[in-house]
Write a protein that binds this ligand. Structure first.
Ligand SMILES: *Cc1c(COP(=O)(O)O)cnc(C)c1O
Length: 410
């Protein structure tokens, strides 16, 4: 049973969103003159268009609430407290109902994307080690798999810390205890004492999921100091709905934080990465110099659109938890369908059975087919794999056309 996530009718959603916007600052009707913010330019964006009355997201866009800061920490900009409440509810839905956390025991915010959420996590742990353990930057490293998203490399570069990656098996895309231990040992030999571990909950290219127990066993065996972040930018709105005994949740005490991206599998507007972390950690990135912001700023991004948080909340509320389960169930069925077809054609592919990404060896595909179906390579210079991503619009009808074409070329 979900505690925060309930299915709501369009009418209920409208009422909640319009009421929330009403509680925000109203630049028109109130005498507020001190805020460097306003509604969208009404010479371009009509504020009174009748359609806005039935379009809560569009209305939120026009009203343009700023969700600067992290609202689960308590104090935030009171000008926008109406819609902050919707974002707080969204954070509870994700942290508690999707990732099995205890209510109100996590902090979080809607980030610009998975990239920012991953950097936010790594930034927090870097500062934690520096402030709590007196670590120097060259003693801290990110460790993750070769299939991890490139935002880890961005984070290492921006935060001036090391990054070490373990190998994955070419065919199964799995990490092994040997590869993890080898990477940890080699990092230790280079003077690394503090590890920021990023585990994948579905990689971008393969949909592969790291075995968290392998990682933890190796870290313990080698007596490493570590914090674990889970990158669920791709898988966060998918994998928890397909796997039975999910070890990648807040119930796992080894994991401290998560990234989810609503603009990947949840079909929300761009700008909807979701960062979630256990309480007690946001303080390591408090920018106290943000003194003009009520509640200060504990996020990487600064000003951000409140309409984004509202969009994700509306999507989850409209589908409801069972609707979501059904949506994912259909995508799984389609993925199973194409895998069976590929098997009959003896075409080599990779798929994590809990995921909706099917990756095909490049030798089975000619350039025309790749172009016609918009298949995405692992590498644009010398592709080894191309992926199919079973999204809402990737129906069996479309997959069948592809299978027919590939039959003629194999
Ligand atoms: C897409 C993705 C990211 C980055 O997300 P953006 O929203 O593009 O910044 C990070 N990790 C994984 C696994 C992803 O799939």
């Amino acid at each position: 049973m979900t505690q925060f996530w309930t299915k709501k009718s369009e009418e209920e959603i409208k009422k909640i969103v319009f009421n929330a916007l009403d509680k925000n600052i109203n630049y028109d009707k109130e005498g507020v003159i001190g805020v460097p913010a306003s509604y969208l330019d009404d010479k371009v964006f009509n504020q009174d268009a009748t359609f806005l009355k039935d379009a809560p997201f569009m209305y939120a866009l026009v009203k343009n609430p700023n969700h600067i800061g992290c609202h689960t920490l308590g104090n935030s900009e009171s000008f926008f407290e109406g819609t902050h409440a919707i974002e707080k509810d969204l954070i509870e839905i994700c942290a508690v109902d999707i990732l099995k956390g205890i209510p109100h025991e996590q902090d979080g915010y809607v980030a610009s994307g998975g990239t920012e959420a991953n950097i936010q996590a790594i930034w927090i742990y870097r500062n934690y080690y520096m402030q709590q353990m007196n670590a120097s930057r060259d003693e801290i490293a990110i460790v993750c798999s070769k299939d991890s998203h490139y935002s880890m490399d961005k984070a290492a570069n921006l935060l001036s810390i090391n990054i070490h990656k373990y190998d994955v098996n070419e065919h199964t895309r799995e990490i092994t205890a040997a590869s993890v231990e080898q990477t940890l040992t080699s990092a230790k030999n280079k003077g690394i004492k503090y590890f920021i571990v990023v585990a994948n909950m579905m990689t971008t290219m393969y949909g592969s999921v790291d075995n968290i127990e392998t990682i933890i066993d190796s870290l313990k065996k080698l007596k490493c100091e570590y914090k674990i972040h889970v990158d669920g930018a791709y898988g966060g709105f998918y994998y928890p709905f397909t796997i039975k005994n999910n070890l990648l949740t807040f119930q796992n005490p080894e994991i401290t934080s998560f990234t989810l991206d609503a603009h990947k599998m949840a079909q929300s507007p761009y700008g909807t990465g979701i960062f979630l972390i256990r309480k007690g950690f946001m303080k390591y990135v408090n920018t106290q110099e943000a003194s003009y912001v009520e509640g200060q700023d504990f996020t990487l991004v600064g000003s951000r659109s409140g309409a984004n948080a509202i969009a994700v909340w509306m999507i989850l509320a409209k589908n409801g938890p069972y609707g979501w389960q059904e949506k994912i169930f259909i995508l799984q069925k389609r993925a199973e369908w194409i895998c069976k077809e590929l098997e009959q054609l003896n075409i080599k592919y990779y798929r994590n059975p809990m995921s909706n990404i099917v990756t095909i060896g490049s030798s089975y595909l000619n350039p025309e087919l790749v172009k016609k179906y918009g298949l995405v390579p692992d590498n644009h210079v010398s592709p080894k794999w191309y992926k199919i991503v079973i999204m809402e619009h990737v129906t069996v009808d479309k997959l069948a056309l592809f299978i027919n074409d590939i039959k003629e070329t194999v």
